[in-house]
Design a protein around this ligand. Structure first.
Ligand code: ZN
Length: 374
C-alpha cells in the first residue's frame, strides 16, 4: 500500500514507492536527471535498480561521511558533464544536502558559501532551481522535506547552512524497502536524530507554533513505537515505514526551531567528525536534564506521548538509548577531555543555541560535555 501526502511537498510512502519515480520524472518533463548518492548507498543492490527506473541515468557517488564543499564541486562537475536538468537524490542526509547545494550552483554562479545564511551579507539564491526528487535511505534527518542544506568547509569542518524555498524536493518517494539493508548502528543513530528533532522542536521557545507541536508529539510517538523494532528486525517494513514517517515529521516540526542538543551535535561533528545522529543520541539525556526545570509541563507531555514509566521522560530516553545500543557517553567515541573547551565554544556560537528553552552559556556547554565524558 502506497500512501500519498501532499504536505509539505508531494510524498509517496510505502513499500515499492520508488517505482513511481519514472512516472513523476515524465510528468515533470525531466529527461536528464543526475543521480546523487554516496559510496555506502552506491554499494546497495537497489541503487542500480533506481538508476534504471529513472532511465539508466548517470550516477555521482564519490562522497562519504559528512558532506563537504569538495563533494559539492565533484557532483556539480558531474551535473554539468551530463547536461542534467534535475537531480534524483538517493541516500541519507549527506547526499540530500549535496544534491541541494548542486541545485543552487547549477542556477547561480559563484562560490557556494557566498550563499550561506551567515555570509556577510548572504547572496540571494536565484531560482527556479533544478528540481530534486528524493528517495531517503535512512529515517533520520528528514532532509527530504527540508528547505535548507548543511555543508562543511573542507579545511575547518565548519558547518555552513544555505536556505531557499526552492531547495524543498519536488517529490519524495519514501520506500521502506530501501532501508532493510541499513545496519543496526546506523538505524539507531539516524532514528535518534529523528527523535531529537521531535523533542527539541517541541521544547523550543523560539516561536509559538502549535502546528509543529502537534506533529512533533506524533512523530515522537512513532519513534517510541518503531525505533527499537527497526533495530531489532531490520526487515520489518511496517517499522521502517513508521520511522520514515517519524523522520518526515521531525523535519517538519523543526521548522519551529531546535535547541542546545543540536548545538552539541554540530560541535561534535566539527571537532570529532562524529555521526550527527549518534552525537544527538549520546547528548540528549544530558541536555534534557539541563533543560528540565525550564519547562516541566512540556516534559510531562513528552512523557505522555511515549507512555514513559512513572512519567519520567528522560529515564525513558536513557532506556531506549541503551536498548538500541547508543553509548551512554562520549568516552568510547574518540572524544577526549582536552577537546571540551573547543566543543563548548563552537556549541555556544551555534545557530540553534538561542532557540534552547533555557538560556545556555559556553560554561554550561563545557559542563555538559565534561559530564558526557565522565
Ligand atoms: Zn538533526
Amino acid at each position: 500500500m502506497i500512501h500519498a501526502y501532499s504536505f509539505p511537498t508531494e510524498i509517496r510512502v510505502g513499500a515499492g514507492a520508488r517505482k513511481l519515480l519514472p512516472e513523476k520524472l515524465k510528468s515533470l518533463g525531466l529527461a536528464r536527471p543526475l543521480l546523487v548518492t554516496d559510496r555506502g548507498v552506491a554499494a546497495q543492490p537497489f541503487l542500480e535498480e533506481v538508476a534504471q527506473l529513472a532511465g539508466g541515468i548517470p550516477v555521482f557517488s564519490d562522497m562519504g561521511g559528512n558532506p563537504c564543499e569538495s563533494h559539492v564541486r565533484g557532483a556539480l562537475a558531474a551535473y554539468r558533464a551530463a547536461n542534467a536538468d534535475s537531480i534524483v537524490a538517493v541516500g541519507g542526509g549527506a547526499p540530500m544536502d549535496v544534491a541541494k547545494a548542486v541545485a543552487v550552483l547549477a542556477r547561480n554562479d559563484g562560490a557556494l558559501f557566498d550563499f550561506a545564511i551567515d555570509a556577510n551579507p548572504p547572496r540571494i539564491i536565484e531560482g527556479p532551481l533544478p528540481p530534486i526528487l528524493a528517495l531517503p535511505t535512512t529515517a533520520g534527518t528528514g532532509s527530504e522535506v527540508g528547505r535548507s542544506t548543511v555543508i562543511s568547509e573542507d579545511d575547518t569542518h565548519r558547518k555552513r547552512i544555505l536556505f531557499s524555498p526552492g531547495l524543498l524536493p519536488r517529490a519524495v518517494f519514501a520506500d521502506p524497502e530501501l532501508l532493510v539493508g541499513l545496519p543496526r548502528p546506523l538505524t539507531a543513530a539516524t532514528g535518534m536524530d529523528a527523535l531529537t528533532h521531535c523533542v527539541e522542536a517541541f521544547l523550543t521557545v523560539a516561536e509559538k507554533n502549535p502546528l509543529c507541536d502537534g506533529i512533533a508529539l506524533e512523530g515522537l510517538r512513532l519513534c517510541a513505537k518503531y525505533l527499537a523494532r527497526s533495530c531489532d528486525a531490520p526487515e520489518d517494513l511496517e517499522a521502517r515505514e513508521g520511522m520514515l514517517d517519524a523522520a518526515l515529521m521531525g523535519a517538519v516540526a523543526f521548522q519551529k526551531g531546535l535547541g542546545a542538543n543540536h548545538s552539541c551535535a554540530h560541535a561534535l561533528s566539527t571537532v570529532a567528525d562524529l555521526h550527527h545522529g549518534l552525537a544527538n543520541g549520546v547528548m540528549l539525556p544530558f541536555v534534557l536534564r539541563f533543560n528540565y526545570d525550564a519547562r516541566p509541563d512540556a516534559f510531562a507531555r513528552l512523557a505522555a506521548a511515549v507512555d514513559a514509566p512513572g512519567g519520567d521522560f528522560i529515564a525513558w530516553v536513557e532506556a531506549l538509548r541503551a536498548k538500541i545500543g547508543i553509548p551512554a557517553g562520549l568516552a568510547t567515541l574518540g572524544v577526549s577531555s582536552d577537546q571540551t573547551a573547543r566543543l563548548a565554544r563552537i556549541a555556544a556560537a551555534d545557530v540553534c543555541t538561542p532557540l534552547n528553552p533555557k538560556p545556555i552559556a559556553e560554561a554550561d556547554f563545557k559542563r555538559l560535555f565534561d559530564e558526557a565524558l565522565a
